[in-house]
Design a protein around this ligand. Structure first.
Ligand code: NAD
Length: 305
Protein backbone atom coordinates (compact mmCIF):
# COMPACT_ATOMS: atom_id res chain seq x y z
CA UNK A 1 0.00 0.00 0.00
CA UNK A 2 1.22 3.47 -0.90
CA UNK A 3 -0.02 6.73 0.60
CA UNK A 4 -0.99 8.85 -2.40
CA UNK A 5 -2.03 12.52 -2.51
CA UNK A 6 -4.53 13.17 -5.32
CA UNK A 7 -5.68 16.66 -6.37
CA UNK A 8 -8.51 17.24 -8.88
CA UNK A 9 -11.55 14.95 -8.69
CA UNK A 10 -13.45 16.00 -11.82
CA UNK A 11 -14.83 13.80 -14.56
CA UNK A 12 -11.48 12.01 -14.88
CA UNK A 13 -9.76 12.44 -11.52
CA UNK A 14 -12.76 11.21 -9.50
CA UNK A 15 -12.85 7.71 -10.99
CA UNK A 16 -9.03 7.53 -11.18
CA UNK A 17 -8.70 8.20 -7.43
CA UNK A 18 -11.49 5.69 -6.77
CA UNK A 19 -9.54 3.01 -8.66
CA UNK A 20 -6.43 3.70 -6.58
CA UNK A 21 -8.48 3.32 -3.39
CA UNK A 22 -10.06 0.11 -4.74
CA UNK A 23 -6.55 -1.26 -5.34
CA UNK A 24 -5.83 -0.82 -1.62
CA UNK A 25 -3.85 2.42 -1.58
CA UNK A 26 -4.46 5.12 1.02
CA UNK A 27 -5.61 7.98 -1.21
CA UNK A 28 -5.73 11.46 0.32
CA UNK A 29 -7.80 13.67 -1.97
CA UNK A 30 -8.81 17.27 -2.46
CA UNK A 31 -10.96 19.22 -4.94
CA UNK A 32 -12.57 22.66 -4.83
CA UNK A 33 -16.02 21.16 -5.58
CA UNK A 34 -17.70 19.72 -2.43
CA UNK A 35 -19.84 17.19 -4.37
CA UNK A 36 -16.73 15.54 -5.77
CA UNK A 37 -15.42 15.11 -2.22
CA UNK A 38 -18.67 13.37 -1.20
CA UNK A 39 -18.25 10.94 -4.11
CA UNK A 40 -14.62 10.34 -3.12
CA UNK A 41 -15.57 9.41 0.45
CA UNK A 42 -18.05 6.85 -0.92
CA UNK A 43 -15.26 5.47 -3.12
CA UNK A 44 -13.03 4.90 -0.08
CA UNK A 45 -10.73 7.91 -0.36
CA UNK A 46 -9.59 10.06 2.57
CA UNK A 47 -10.76 13.65 2.10
CA UNK A 48 -8.30 16.38 3.09
CA UNK A 49 -9.20 19.94 4.12
CA UNK A 50 -7.01 21.46 1.39
CA UNK A 51 -4.49 20.53 -1.28
CA UNK A 52 -1.50 20.82 1.05
CA UNK A 53 -3.07 18.47 3.59
CA UNK A 54 -3.82 16.01 0.75
CA UNK A 55 -0.14 15.62 -0.17
CA UNK A 56 1.23 15.78 3.37
CA UNK A 57 3.01 12.57 4.34
CA UNK A 58 2.94 11.28 0.75
CA UNK A 59 5.89 10.06 -1.32
CA UNK A 60 3.64 10.04 -4.36
CA UNK A 61 1.28 12.80 -5.48
CA UNK A 62 -0.98 12.97 -8.53
CA UNK A 63 -2.78 15.94 -10.05
CA UNK A 64 -5.63 15.87 -12.59
CA UNK A 65 -6.49 19.51 -13.26
CA UNK A 66 -7.99 21.44 -16.19
CA UNK A 67 -5.02 23.40 -17.61
CA UNK A 68 -1.43 24.59 -17.20
CA UNK A 69 -2.38 27.62 -15.07
CA UNK A 70 -3.97 25.34 -12.47
CA UNK A 71 -0.97 23.00 -12.45
CA UNK A 72 1.58 25.81 -12.05
CA UNK A 73 -0.54 27.46 -9.35
CA UNK A 74 -0.78 24.25 -7.40
CA UNK A 75 2.78 22.93 -7.62
CA UNK A 76 4.79 26.14 -8.03
CA UNK A 77 2.62 28.57 -6.09
CA UNK A 78 2.22 30.93 -9.04
CA UNK A 79 -0.75 33.16 -8.41
CA UNK A 80 -3.88 32.02 -10.24
CA UNK A 81 -6.49 34.59 -9.26
CA UNK A 82 -9.06 33.32 -6.83
CA UNK A 83 -7.58 29.81 -6.96
CA UNK A 84 -4.45 31.17 -5.24
CA UNK A 85 -0.96 29.68 -5.37
CA UNK A 86 -0.09 26.65 -3.25
CA UNK A 87 3.63 25.74 -3.74
CA UNK A 88 2.85 22.11 -3.02
CA UNK A 89 6.33 20.98 -4.11
CA UNK A 90 7.46 22.51 -0.84
CA UNK A 91 5.16 20.18 1.11
CA UNK A 92 6.74 16.99 -0.29
CA UNK A 93 9.79 15.12 1.04
CA UNK A 94 12.98 14.86 -1.04
CA UNK A 95 12.74 11.97 -3.49
CA UNK A 96 8.94 12.12 -3.72
CA UNK A 97 7.36 11.47 -7.12
CA UNK A 98 4.81 13.87 -8.65
CA UNK A 99 2.71 12.61 -11.57
CA UNK A 100 0.68 15.26 -13.36
CA UNK A 101 -2.00 13.58 -15.49
CA UNK A 102 -3.61 16.81 -16.74
CA UNK A 103 -3.34 17.77 -20.41
CA UNK A 104 -1.32 21.01 -20.32
CA UNK A 105 1.10 23.05 -22.40
CA UNK A 106 4.61 21.66 -22.74
CA UNK A 107 6.20 24.78 -21.20
CA UNK A 108 4.18 24.42 -17.98
CA UNK A 109 5.01 20.72 -17.72
CA UNK A 110 8.71 21.46 -18.19
CA UNK A 111 8.59 24.39 -15.72
CA UNK A 112 7.07 22.25 -12.97
CA UNK A 113 9.38 19.31 -13.76
CA UNK A 114 12.47 21.52 -13.69
CA UNK A 115 11.44 23.20 -10.41
CA UNK A 116 10.73 19.79 -8.90
CA UNK A 117 14.15 18.48 -9.91
CA UNK A 118 15.84 21.51 -8.32
CA UNK A 119 14.19 20.48 -5.04
CA UNK A 120 15.13 16.80 -5.37
CA UNK A 121 11.60 15.78 -6.34
CA UNK A 122 10.89 13.52 -9.31
CA UNK A 123 8.25 14.58 -11.85
CA UNK A 124 6.44 12.92 -14.75
CA UNK A 125 4.05 14.52 -17.23
CA UNK A 126 1.53 11.73 -17.75
CA UNK A 127 -1.57 12.84 -19.67
CA UNK A 128 -4.14 10.17 -20.39
CA UNK A 129 -6.41 8.97 -23.16
CA UNK A 130 -9.52 6.84 -22.94
CA UNK A 131 -12.17 9.24 -21.67
CA UNK A 132 -14.41 9.02 -18.64
CA UNK A 133 -15.37 5.42 -19.42
CA UNK A 134 -11.69 4.46 -19.50
CA UNK A 135 -11.09 6.28 -16.21
CA UNK A 136 -13.99 4.43 -14.56
CA UNK A 137 -12.96 1.04 -15.96
CA UNK A 138 -9.26 1.52 -15.13
CA UNK A 139 -8.33 1.07 -18.79
CA UNK A 140 -6.75 4.47 -19.52
CA UNK A 141 -3.72 4.92 -21.73
CA UNK A 142 -0.94 6.85 -19.95
CA UNK A 143 1.40 8.84 -22.19
CA UNK A 144 4.40 9.67 -20.05
CA UNK A 145 7.32 12.08 -20.32
CA UNK A 146 10.30 12.12 -17.94
CA UNK A 147 13.17 9.94 -16.70
CA UNK A 148 12.94 6.21 -17.55
CA UNK A 149 13.65 5.22 -13.94
CA UNK A 150 10.79 7.41 -12.69
CA UNK A 151 8.48 5.92 -15.32
CA UNK A 152 9.38 2.42 -14.11
CA UNK A 153 8.76 3.48 -10.50
CA UNK A 154 5.34 4.89 -11.43
CA UNK A 155 4.18 1.84 -13.38
CA UNK A 156 2.59 -0.16 -10.51
CA UNK A 157 0.45 2.83 -9.49
CA UNK A 158 -0.44 3.80 -13.08
CA UNK A 159 -1.45 0.18 -13.71
CA UNK A 160 -4.23 0.58 -11.10
CA UNK A 161 -5.79 3.24 -13.36
CA UNK A 162 -4.76 2.22 -16.85
CA UNK A 163 -3.97 -0.63 -19.22
CA UNK A 164 -1.52 0.89 -21.68
CA UNK A 165 1.51 2.64 -20.24
CA UNK A 166 3.77 4.41 -22.75
CA UNK A 167 7.04 6.22 -22.15
CA UNK A 168 7.01 8.89 -24.88
CA UNK A 169 10.43 10.38 -24.05
CA UNK A 170 11.97 13.11 -21.90
CA UNK A 171 10.13 15.68 -19.76
CA UNK A 172 7.27 17.21 -21.83
CA UNK A 173 7.17 14.37 -24.37
CA UNK A 174 3.96 13.00 -22.85
CA UNK A 175 2.21 16.29 -23.52
CA UNK A 176 3.51 16.51 -27.10
CA UNK A 177 2.21 13.01 -27.90
CA UNK A 178 -1.10 13.76 -26.20
CA UNK A 179 -1.58 16.95 -28.27
CA UNK A 180 -0.95 15.06 -31.51
CA UNK A 181 -3.50 12.46 -30.40
CA UNK A 182 -6.17 14.95 -29.40
CA UNK A 183 -5.79 16.97 -32.58
CA UNK A 184 -6.44 13.73 -34.50
CA UNK A 185 -9.37 12.92 -32.17
CA UNK A 186 -10.97 16.31 -32.85
CA UNK A 187 -10.60 15.78 -36.60
CA UNK A 188 -12.19 12.31 -36.62
CA UNK A 189 -14.97 13.30 -34.21
CA UNK A 190 -15.93 16.26 -36.43
CA UNK A 191 -15.66 14.06 -39.53
CA UNK A 192 -17.77 11.32 -37.95
CA UNK A 193 -20.50 13.80 -36.98
CA UNK A 194 -20.38 15.27 -40.48
CA UNK A 195 -20.78 11.87 -42.19
CA UNK A 196 -23.59 10.75 -39.86
CA UNK A 197 -25.49 14.02 -40.34
CA UNK A 198 -25.20 13.68 -44.12
CA UNK A 199 -26.48 10.10 -44.18
CA UNK A 200 -29.35 10.77 -41.78
CA UNK A 201 -30.45 13.84 -43.72
CA UNK A 202 -30.63 11.55 -46.75
CA UNK A 203 -32.92 9.17 -44.88
CA UNK A 204 -30.56 6.60 -43.32
CA UNK A 205 -30.83 5.32 -39.78
CA UNK A 206 -27.87 6.56 -37.67
CA UNK A 207 -27.38 3.13 -36.05
CA UNK A 208 -27.42 1.28 -39.37
CA UNK A 209 -25.05 3.82 -40.92
CA UNK A 210 -22.72 3.56 -37.90
CA UNK A 211 -22.62 -0.24 -38.21
CA UNK A 212 -21.87 -0.04 -41.95
CA UNK A 213 -19.07 2.54 -41.56
CA UNK A 214 -17.78 0.69 -38.48
CA UNK A 215 -17.11 -2.37 -40.65
CA UNK A 216 -15.82 -0.27 -43.57
CA UNK A 217 -12.83 1.94 -44.23
CA UNK A 218 -14.39 4.92 -42.43
CA UNK A 219 -14.16 3.19 -39.04
CA UNK A 220 -12.53 5.15 -36.23
CA UNK A 221 -12.59 5.51 -32.42
CA UNK A 222 -15.23 8.28 -32.42
CA UNK A 223 -17.59 6.15 -34.49
CA UNK A 224 -16.93 2.84 -32.79
CA UNK A 225 -16.38 3.77 -29.14
CA UNK A 226 -17.82 7.27 -28.63
CA UNK A 227 -20.59 7.60 -31.19
CA UNK A 228 -21.85 11.22 -31.29
CA UNK A 229 -25.41 10.32 -32.33
CA UNK A 230 -27.79 10.04 -29.32
CA UNK A 231 -29.04 6.51 -28.74
CA UNK A 232 -26.69 4.69 -31.13
CA UNK A 233 -24.49 3.51 -28.23
CA UNK A 234 -25.19 3.06 -24.54
CA UNK A 235 -22.90 4.58 -21.92
CA UNK A 236 -21.52 7.39 -24.05
CA UNK A 237 -22.15 11.12 -23.43
CA UNK A 238 -24.33 11.41 -26.58
CA UNK A 239 -26.86 9.11 -24.92
CA UNK A 240 -27.03 11.19 -21.73
CA UNK A 241 -27.52 14.65 -23.22
CA UNK A 242 -23.75 15.03 -23.68
CA UNK A 243 -23.15 15.22 -19.91
CA UNK A 244 -20.20 13.82 -17.97
CA UNK A 245 -17.61 13.38 -20.69
CA UNK A 246 -14.84 15.52 -22.18
CA UNK A 247 -16.10 19.08 -22.20
CA UNK A 248 -15.97 21.03 -25.47
CA UNK A 249 -14.02 23.77 -23.70
CA UNK A 250 -11.29 21.26 -22.80
CA UNK A 251 -11.09 20.13 -26.43
CA UNK A 252 -10.80 23.78 -27.51
CA UNK A 253 -7.98 24.15 -24.97
CA UNK A 254 -6.18 21.09 -26.35
CA UNK A 255 -6.54 22.28 -29.94
CA UNK A 256 -5.07 25.63 -28.89
CA UNK A 257 -2.11 23.75 -27.39
CA UNK A 258 -1.73 21.78 -30.64
CA UNK A 259 -1.73 25.02 -32.67
CA UNK A 260 1.00 26.50 -30.44
CA UNK A 261 3.01 23.31 -30.84
CA UNK A 262 2.58 23.46 -34.63
CA UNK A 263 3.82 27.04 -34.69
CA UNK A 264 6.85 26.06 -32.63
CA UNK A 265 7.57 23.12 -34.95
CA UNK A 266 6.86 25.09 -38.16
CA UNK A 267 4.51 22.25 -39.02
CA UNK A 268 1.38 22.85 -41.13
CA UNK A 269 -1.82 21.61 -39.45
CA UNK A 270 -4.68 22.68 -41.75
CA UNK A 271 -7.07 19.94 -40.60
CA UNK A 272 -6.30 20.66 -36.94
CA UNK A 273 -6.85 24.39 -37.49
CA UNK A 274 -10.23 23.73 -39.10
CA UNK A 275 -11.22 21.41 -36.26
CA UNK A 276 -10.20 24.09 -33.77
CA UNK A 277 -12.44 26.61 -35.50
CA UNK A 278 -15.37 24.18 -35.57
CA UNK A 279 -15.09 23.34 -31.86
CA UNK A 280 -14.57 27.02 -31.00
CA UNK A 281 -17.72 27.97 -32.92
CA UNK A 282 -19.61 25.17 -31.22
CA UNK A 283 -18.38 26.28 -27.77
CA UNK A 284 -19.44 29.86 -28.48
CA UNK A 285 -23.01 28.65 -29.02
CA UNK A 286 -23.42 27.83 -25.33
CA UNK A 287 -22.01 24.29 -25.64
CA UNK A 288 -18.68 24.66 -23.88
CA UNK A 289 -19.64 22.46 -20.90
CA UNK A 290 -21.24 19.75 -23.05
CA UNK A 291 -19.19 16.76 -24.14
CA UNK A 292 -17.21 17.43 -27.31
CA UNK A 293 -19.19 14.83 -29.30
CA UNK A 294 -22.07 17.36 -29.21
CA UNK A 295 -20.25 18.95 -32.19
CA UNK A 296 -22.94 16.99 -34.08
CA UNK A 297 -25.31 19.88 -33.26
CA UNK A 298 -23.28 22.16 -35.57
CA UNK A 299 -24.12 19.89 -38.50
CA UNK A 300 -27.76 19.54 -37.51
CA UNK A 301 -28.17 23.26 -36.94
CA UNK A 302 -29.50 22.86 -33.43
CA UNK A 303 -27.76 23.31 -30.09
CA UNK A 304 -28.28 20.71 -27.34
CA UNK A 305 -30.23 21.95 -24.31
P1 NAD B 1 -12.91 18.58 -14.91
O1 NAD B 1 -13.08 20.04 -15.12
O2 NAD B 1 -14.10 17.68 -14.83
O3 NAD B 1 -12.05 18.34 -13.55
C1 NAD B 1 -11.02 19.18 -13.10
C2 NAD B 1 -11.15 19.26 -11.59
O4 NAD B 1 -10.04 20.01 -11.06
C3 NAD B 1 -12.43 19.98 -11.13
O5 NAD B 1 -13.18 19.13 -10.29
C4 NAD B 1 -11.90 21.21 -10.38
O6 NAD B 1 -12.70 21.58 -9.28
C5 NAD B 1 -10.53 20.71 -9.93
N1 NAD B 1 -9.61 21.79 -9.57
C6 NAD B 1 -9.25 22.87 -10.30
N2 NAD B 1 -8.37 23.62 -9.61
C7 NAD B 1 -8.17 23.00 -8.41
C8 NAD B 1 -7.37 23.28 -7.27
N3 NAD B 1 -6.59 24.36 -7.19
N4 NAD B 1 -7.42 22.42 -6.24
C9 NAD B 1 -8.21 21.32 -6.28
N5 NAD B 1 -8.99 20.99 -7.34
C10 NAD B 1 -8.96 21.83 -8.40
O7 NAD B 1 -11.91 18.07 -16.05
P2 NAD B 1 -11.63 16.55 -16.51
O8 NAD B 1 -12.54 16.20 -17.63
O9 NAD B 1 -11.54 15.67 -15.31
O10 NAD B 1 -10.17 16.75 -17.18
C11 NAD B 1 -9.00 16.93 -16.38
C12 NAD B 1 -7.80 16.95 -17.31
O11 NAD B 1 -7.76 15.71 -18.04
C13 NAD B 1 -7.86 18.07 -18.36
O12 NAD B 1 -6.56 18.56 -18.56
C14 NAD B 1 -8.40 17.35 -19.59
O13 NAD B 1 -7.98 18.00 -20.79
C15 NAD B 1 -7.80 15.98 -19.43
N6 NAD B 1 -8.54 14.87 -20.06
C16 NAD B 1 -9.89 14.78 -19.97
C17 NAD B 1 -10.54 13.70 -20.58
C18 NAD B 1 -12.06 13.55 -20.51
O14 NAD B 1 -12.60 12.70 -21.26
N7 NAD B 1 -12.76 14.29 -19.66
C19 NAD B 1 -9.81 12.72 -21.24
C20 NAD B 1 -8.42 12.82 -21.28
C21 NAD B 1 -7.80 13.90 -20.68
Amino acid sequence: MTRIGFIGLGNMGGPMAANLARAGHAVQVFDLVPESLDRAIKAGCIVAGDAREAVTGCDLAISMLPAGDHVRALWLGESAGERGGQDLLGALPTGALVIDCSTIDVASARAVGTAAKARGIRFLDAPVSGGVAGAAAGTLTFIVGGESADFEAAKPVLACMGQNLFHAGALGAGQIAKMCNNMLLAIHMAGTAEALALGVKEGLDPGVLSTIMGKSSGNNWSLERYNPWPGVMENVPASRNYEGGFMTRLMVKDLGLAMALAEHAHSAVPMGALARNLFNLHASQGQECKDFSSILALYLGKAQG
